[in-house]
Design a protein around this ligand. Structure first.
Ligand code: NAD
Length: 437
């Protein structure tokens, strides 16, 4: 990476559009409104609560990240989005049942004012969902033009300076890249022919990138992991990143697995199962949507533990992930992990994790950070894949041929060093020889 030119200041308003205004999106929006109203704290958000060390440990210089790099302020965010349901954010958040009704009621006026635009939706890509707030057009090309107009209108109606789009929609069925995704030219022909390889999420991504707007993907769909999207990001100088917010069980996995590996403890098996009862859980009950999620969750251990390098420790690992739809739990998921590890002379041990988490409470601060960092990347002249934001994703996007870095602590170091780099500060290697010279 070349030293970037000066970062443009975040002047004016930043629009945030989420395709999908369900549990995650409305918990994020309501949360930001609550924080702005002074009735909640942005817990879980690195951009709001995290500090970054500069220079030597003896310098005692650790500003807040938001004071160190020029991020948009929460008061400058303007929210919008698309959904297949007409519900405004107040109604959708009440339905999602993540935040208590009394907390939402305080914000009712602000939240009812945010209404979704009609969605680009096709049941062939999300089978367990049916909604009527959907755009009608004769081709996918026309839908893409409508999404572009939505972005332009949102920008002009709200007097926005910049916009970012972050996919918070349902998990689409498992798709693989085909010839239609190989180039912008092939993709545009495919849009005109309404090619079945083009899922709704890709139409939004195409529209955003063509409008010069960053697009990040919070679900495990293929969406931006495609040559066409890389080409568009390059041509229009916009950042992209995916995929699948790293929350819940995978977050735990990427905290624990680096620890086992650091101590050279072997892992024989890792069985993960979840119960979850929100709409996301219902959609993941469809085997084709689950396959998309499963692929995203399974890669994590392989890359952290590196079995080819450590065959006797990790060469024979049995890794299984299950998600069970169980309505009584709503968003309050429970995730169990049974981990069979072994130590000195191969003696077996077990670790059991029972994580009673709240999916959208974990995801909302990630959406906020990604919105602010996507905008920072854009203003810093960084475009294409933003690997430094791997920290937030279960299945981080990388350049072709490069394996993703899943270890949460390496990801955090990379993120912070990127911020230091953007500001022309010395990178921190943790070598620390200078303290003993
Ligand atoms: N909550 C987490 O911790 C977490 C973590 C990682 C990934 N995710 C992913 O984030 C996404 C959102 O999760 P959620 O819990 O908010 O789910 P949700 O079901 O509550 O919300 C998804 C919303 O997207 C809408 N939608 C679906 N297809 C659409 C389309 N084509 N255009 C516009 N809207 C569309 C649905 O109507 C729904 O309102 C899911 O794909 C989920 O797998 C969530």
């Amino acid at each position: 990476m070349n030293q970037p030119s000066k970062i443009q200041e975040p002047s004016g308003k930043l629009g945030v559009l989420t395709p999908g205004m369900g549990a995650v999106s409305t918990t994020f929006i309501s949360g930001v409104e609550a924080i702005k109203a002074g009735i909640g704290e942005p817990i879980g958000s690195l951009t709001q609560m995290g500090h970054i060390r500069l220079g030597k440990r003896t310098d005692n210089t650790s500003p807040l990240i938001r004071d160190f790099v020029p991020l948009a302020g929460l008061e400058d965010l303007v929210f919008g989005g698309w959904d297949v349901f007409e519900d405004d954010v107040y109604a959708a958040a009440s339905h999602a049942g993540v935040l208590a009704q009394k907390d939402l009621d305080v914000l009712k006026d602000r939240l009812t004012a945010i209404k979704p635009m009609k969605a680009i939706f096709d049941r062939n890509y999300v089978r367990r969902l049916e909604g009527s707030h959907v755009k009608q057009a004769s081709s996918k090309w026309d839908l893409a033009q409508m999404a572009r107009e939505d972005i332009q209108r949102f920008k002009s109606d709200n007097g926005l300076d910049r916009v970012v789009v972050i996919w918070c929609g349902s998990t689409e069925i498992f798709l693989e890249p085909t010839a239609v995704h190989a180039s912008v030219e092939a993709f545009e022909t495919g849009l005109k022919d309404s090619d079945e390889g083009i899922a709704p999420s890709m139409i939004y991504a195409y529209a955003a990138l063509t409008e010069g707007v960053p697009f990040f993907n919070g679900a495990p769909n293929l969406t931006v992991d495609l040559p066409v999207m890389l080409e568009l990001a390059r041509e229009n100088a916009v950042p992209i990143m995916g995929k699948d917010f790293k929350t819940g069980q995978t977050l735990m996995k990427t905290i624990l697995a680096p620890g086992f590996k650091a101590r050279m403890l072997g892992v024989r098996g890792w069985f993960s199962t979840n119960i979850l009862g929100n709409r996301d859980g219902e959609i993941l009950d469809d085997p084709d949507s689950f396959k998309t999620k499963e692929e995203s969750k399974l890669g994590v251990l392989e890359h952290i533990l590196q079995p080819p390098l450590y065959p006797s420790l990790y060469g024979d690992i049995y890794h299984k992930v299950r998600i069970n739809y169980y309505p009584p739990r709503g968003d309050e998921k429970e995730g169990w992990d049974n981990i069979d590890i072994f130590g000195w002379l191969g003696y077996p041990m077990q670790v059991k994790v029972d994580f009673l988490c709240r999916d959208s409470i974990l995801a909302a601060p990630l959406v906020l950070d990604l919105v602010l960092f996507a905008d920072l990347a854009q203003r810093s002249g960084l475009h294409g894949i933003q690997e430094w934001l791997s920290f937030y994703f279960k299945s981080p996007q990388t350049a072709e041929g490069l394996y993703p870095e899943h270890d949460l602590f390496i990801q955090l170091m990379k993120l912070k060093n990127t911020l230091r780099f953007l500001k022309g500060e010395d990178l921190i290697t943790h070598l620390g020889q200078e303290y003993y010279d």
